[in-house]
Design a protein around this ligand. Structure first.
Ligand SMILES: Cc1cc2nc3c(=O)[nH]c(=O)nc-3n(C[C@H](O)[C@H](O)[C@H](O)COP(=O)(O)O)c2cc1C
Length: 177
């Protein structure tokens, strides 16, 4: 069984990225278990002085969750052509240790825009030595949609197949890593 950690880069209650992450967890193919990480909003602002013995409990929980996962999936919005601070802050807590090194990771997209953030996030994650899988990008356009429509789109058979296919492809990549 592959354990995959899924992270939304949005803290919004009605986040489309979080909805995509939740739908992926519901559509996990056999042999994959997806756990949703929801602690980004509780993490203290990263400070290198607070590493080692002083690492805050919330940061340790994230580090342990990433370390224990076979792979990581991230769905993230774009803010002012960049990666939202909350997600970048979470990633910063993972830099000076082994958690991300060689860890298979996949980006999925809830917006057809966000091209700057996608590129920036990929660059950040490669720099952190994540093993980034980017051969079959999953994009389901949920930008600007309200919750009932988001739910409807994510329940469409073609989108469920697309989610399963993306997850199966990522699982294959994880097994090769
Ligand atoms: C502060 C802020 C800045 C944004 N900047 C951009 C941007 O530069 N490019 C873009 O495509 N969308 C931008 N957006 C739109 C969000 O990326 C978009 O609404 C996204 O789908 C929100 O994701 P969520 O539903 O998961 O919260 C911005 C939104 C906010 C709140």
């Amino acid at each position: 069984m592959l354990d995959i950690l899924a992270i939304s880069g949005s803290l919004r209650a009605a986040s489309t990225n979080s909805a995509l992450i939740a739908a992926l967890a519901q559509n996990a193919p056999p042999g994959c278990r997806i756990t949703v990480y929801d602690g980004l909003g509780r993490l203290p602002i990263f400070n290198p002085d607070d590493e080692g013995e002083r690492t805050p409990a919330e940061a340790s929980a994230l580090i342990d969750a990433v370390s224990g996962a076979d792979g990581v999936i991230i769905s993230c919005p774009e803010y002012a052509h960049g990666v939202p601070g909350g997600l970048k802050n979470g990633l910063d807590w993972l830099v000076s240790r082994d958690a991300a090194v060689g860890k298979p990771a996949m980006l999925v997209h809830a917006s057809p825009r966000s091209l700057f953030a996608r590129a920036a996030l990929a660059e950040i994650m490669r720099t952190m030595s994540f093993a980034l899988y980017d051969e079959v990008p999953l994009e389901i356009a949920l930008l600007g949609k309200k919750a009932p429509e988001v739910e409807k789109i994510l329940a469409e058979p073609a989108n469920r197949v697309a989610m399963r296919n993306a997850l199966s492809a990522f699982a294959g990549f994880i097994r090769q890593c």
